[in-house]
Design a protein around this ligand. Sequence first.
Ligand code: RBF
Length: 160
Amino acid sequence: MQKTGPTLTETLTAGEGRYAIVAARWHAEIMDALIAGARQTLGSRGADESQAEVLRVPGSFELPLACEQAALSGKYVAVIALGVVIQGETPHNEYINMAVANGLMQAGQKSGIPVLFGLLTCRTMEQALDRAGGKVGNKGEEAALAAIEMVNLLRSIKGN
Ligand code: RBF
């Protein structure tokens, strides 16, 4: 259940077409919860199993290229990027997070397919757990719901 962000109409459905869930491998426990959340939301909005395809990348830095290629492939109506970056002793997280944000934005604009930002950018593991089915909800669910909203919006803009 979505706990933060604006409420979306209950009637919005996934419709036809496949959704790519592109997921980094770092921080497996949190990633499993985000992927499950995204799948669950797609299912609760009418998508069957075959409409959700999970593609794995080594780390979050690899999300933009994989998402761009998925979006350009013509196989998907939307691409949901999921990853978790935890701040460490060096500022690697800042470089990764900015690259991913910029890269995902570009992938969406270049392809014309919604590319959703489901990247947790956390200071601590606790913050990440809170956002992967904990007290701040599940950002995988929210990214999937945003994907469904964008698919419906683009269909209405294009008149189909
Ligand atoms: N990838 C993640 O998805 N989450 C992380 O928290 C994360 N931390 C990293 C920390 C360092 C110092 C480095 C070098 C990489 C990290 N990566 C992380 C992996 C990164 O996204 C990418 O897969 C690799 O740098 C290979 O391009």
